[in-house]
Each structure stands twice: as C-alpha cells, then as structure tokens.
Design a protein around this ligand. Structure first.
Ligand SMILES: [Zn+2]
Length: 235
C-alpha cells in the first residue's frame, strides 16, 4: 500500500493541482524574483522588455476582477512580477525598469527586515533565510525603507510577506498573531492603510492551517499567494 504522505505522491498531486489551476486561470502568470542586484540590471531589462511585449500589467483591482468573474479584461494575458523579501535593490534597480516598460511590480515585504536598523540588516538576513549573496550598499542598509515603500505603493503593489520569514504553522499563538496580524499593523502604521495581499514563508495556501487561516481573515487580507495558486478570500 502506498504511503500517502510520500514526497513523490505529494509532488505528483501538486503538479496535478498546478495543471488544473493553469487550465482554470490561464490568463495570469507570476514571475518570482528575489535579490535583484544592480550587477544583473541588463538581464532584468531584457526580461521586462520581453514580458511587456507578451503580457499586460496586473494591479490588485485587475486581479480582484479576474478572480471574481473568471474573465480577463485586457487584450494580452497578465503578468505579476513578484519581488520577495523587501530588498532595497527592488527600489533602486527594479522600479525604474518596471516603469520604463509599463509593468506593475508586486513587492512581498518582510516587515521585520524593514524595521531592523541598517547596521544589523545583514545579520538579520543571515538569521532569517534572506539570501545575501551581494554586498552593494556600503551603508549597510539592504532592506527597503518605509519612505521607499510609500513611493512604491503609489504605482505598484506592496504586500505582506509576514514579519520574520519563518514557517508560521509551528509557532505559538502569540508569534503567529505577530507574523500575520502584526505585519499588517506595520503596513497600516507606515503606509497609512492595510495591504490586501499576503504570502507566507514556504508558500502554504490558505486552507492549509486553520489557526493561520483565522489570523489571515482577522488581518483583513483579500488575496493569498502560495506556491501553486492565488486565492481570493472575499470581495
Ligand atoms: Zn521569502
């Protein structure tokens, strides 16, 4: 009898799930980026040029309309370029390129990284699985600042990647609350409004852990991004 928890079966069912998702929601693609150092600017420029030829930009109202109706309203399919963790080079390197090519970037930000004093951010990154292969900022600030995020928020999407880049389900109740609801509070305080989108470390979908789900609802998130899908929780 097969072990239903075996990694292979789990992988196969994930691939089947992905295939079903792509059949149902074929009109939006997510392309993920992490540390976008200036050394690779030319490469990003070429990628964004290609994406902008084949795809339309997607903001949160576009995504909302698409997931609510099942119909995509633009001529070309949509692309969501996603920038994870909240690296400062997302502002310096990526935002000008997105704007040059008319794309909307989605910035999934770890608020604990942003709140760490610049001199301690490299160490914070090391302790929280935030890749730091490049050292381009001599002042030691590697996370976006709140003022950069407020600027990004005007034309692009700022979303929650929780507070400290940890698997949330194994944490105790207070820590889970801090990750899910506390990160939303950080955005509320620093952007002046709550954010609509949440994605947690490891990419679990909504519906995976009841306690986390309850906090996602409490925090008021509308969309949950996970490894294989985007879920719309409410209108
Ligand atoms: Zn991450």
């Amino acid at each position: 009898m097969p072990n239903i928890m075996s990694p292979r079966l789990d992988f196969n069912s994930s691939v089947a799930d992905l295939a079903r998702q792509m059949e149902r929601h074929a009109m939006i693609r997510v392309v993920n980026f992490h540390n976008t150092s200036r050394a690779r600017q030319t490469e990003y420029r070429e990628q964004f040029a290609r994406l902008s030829r084949e795809f339309s930009p997607v903001n949160e109202p576009d995504l909302d309309r698409y997931l609510a109706t099942g119909r995509w309203h633009k001529a070309k399919p949509g692309v969501i370029p996603g920038f994870y963790e909240g690296y400062r080079n997302g502002y310096d390197v990526i935002v000008p390129l997105l704007e040059e090519f008319g794309l909307v970037g989605w910035f999934f930000v770890i608020t604990g990284f942003v709140k760490t004093p610049p001199g301690e951010q490299v160490e914070y990154a090391r302790q929280h699985d935030i890749g730091m292969k490049t050292r381009e900022y001599v002042d030691g600030r590697y996370a976006l600042s709140w003022s950069e995020l407020r600027e990004i928020d005007r034309k692009h999407v700022v979303a929650s990647h929780a507070r400290s880049h940890m698997l949330i389900a194994p944490l105790d109740e207070a820590e889970q609350e801090s990750e899910v609801v506390g990160s939303q509070r950080d955005f509320q305080e620093n952007l002046g409004h709550p954010v609509r989108t949440f994605v947690s470390y490891g990419g679990p979908a909504y519906g995976t852990h009841a306690a986390t789900d309850a906090l996602i609802t409490k925090a008021g998130y509308q969309f949950v991004f996970s490894n294989l899908k985007i879920q719309r929780l409410r209108g």
